[in-house]
Design a protein around this ligand. Structure first.
Ligand code: C5P
Length: 326
């Protein structure tokens, strides 16, 4: 066997509710992950020594050494199955998911490398165990393996698939001219909350995109799943889903990247059913009523000059999957 190629999706969070910081520096979350049709492709093949090559969108900003999340995932798997002494590999990553954009591209690459190496070495590990190994590499890796729409708890690694009809949602992603660091956004949220700001984001109701502060925002004692969002997802009604989109990290992301305020407002003015920042940002996500509306929205948004570029995607899509073995 010469190599295994895996395709892996980006994610958005339809709900992202953040609890207080934990002793280990992470925050407990309740989130609704949703995998969308923007894919990286990762090939793992036997080699004389471990290495990584990255091409495509933002490749120059991805570490090419052992800090690369995909290589870290391979190392974690090797440790897990050490007894069988799997060999060295080269990982080739073809990126379409922008780097540090809130779309979990790094976690996606780690998940893909994990799945490919697991296949290459025929470890026989269960999907559940593979997800647990993935979770040691990054909070979103387990979801990138699972895909679909799923509720995440803990750091985001404890997953329950969401029961929903086979509705496809049509999204427009607005990529920003810049990046945000996830730890910096969480730290900004903690700061805003310390100042009594940083209340949750908003749905597509036409209200201002971000709380201006003074809402008396407090850290929720316990993050809870939004029953209305789950009910909207079960109904498959995009308009209802659009109204429940919510991301606690949004005010923090906007405070660090104020231009996002304009992007979010523009998408809503142009008819999106809902808008929010993807994860820790700075990508903005807009829900459209159907494929045609998504196309119109994408064209108008790129014409409005409020982002670097746009992409139309749909979701949910499956998690990491082998596309070829050679
Ligand atoms: O796990 P991952 O490497 O993706 O997380 C990146 C950073 O995001 C963490 O180091 C932490 O600062 C922040 N984070 C957090 N709480 C989470 C997930 C991530 O504070 N549940």
């Amino acid at each position: 066997m010469t190599g295994i190629t895996v395709r892996v999706p980006a994610k958005v969070n339809l709900q992202l509710t953040v609890g207080p910081p934990r002793a280990d520096g992470y925050h407990d979350l309740v989130t609704v992950f949703h995998a969308v049709s923007l894919f990286d492709q990762v090939t793992v093949e036997p080699a004389a020594r471990d290495g990584v090559t990255v091409t495509g969108e933002g490749a120059d900003r991805v570490p090419g050494d052992r800090d690369n999340l995909a290589l870290r995932a391979v190392t974690a798997l090797r440790t897990e199955v050490r007894a069988r002494g799997p060999g060295k590999v080269h990982v080739t990553i073809a990126k379409r998911i922008p780097v540090a954009a809130g779309l979990a591209g790094g976690s996606a690459d780690a998940a893909a490398a994990l799945l490919a190496a697991n296949e290459l070495w025929a470890t026989g590990l269960s999907q559940q165990r593979l997800r647990e190994v993935g979770a040691t590499v990054g909070s979103d890796v387990a979801f990138a393996l699972l895909g679909g729409t799923a509720v995440g708890r803990g750091r985001g690694e404890q997953l329950t698939p969401a029961l929903a009809p086979p509705t496809q949602y049509h999204w427009v992603l607005a990529f920003a001219d810049g990046q945000l660091s996830t730890p910096a956004v969480y730290a900004a949220l903690d700061r805003l909350r310390g100042q009594g700001q940083g209340q949750a984001g908003y749905g597509g109701t036409g209200s201002p995109p971000v709380s201006g502060g003074g809402l008396g925002g407090v850290v929720p004692p316990e993050a809870t799943l939004d029953a209305a969002l789950m009910s909207a997802l079960r109904s498959g009604d995009a308009a209802r889903v659009g109204q429940r989109l919510n991301n606690d990290l949004q005010p923090a992301a906007v405070s660090l990247f104020p231009a996002l305020r304009k992007t979010l407002a523009a998408g809503l003015e142009l008819g999106a059913l809902g808008a929010l920042v993807a994860g820790s940002g700075p990508t903005c996500v807009f829900l459209a009523a159907n494929a045609e509306r998504a196309l119109e929205l994408a064209v108008s948004l790129s014409g409005a000059g409020v982002c670097r570029s746009v992409a139309r995607v749909s979701g949910p899509v499956p998690g990491a999957a082998v596309v070829s073995t050679g």
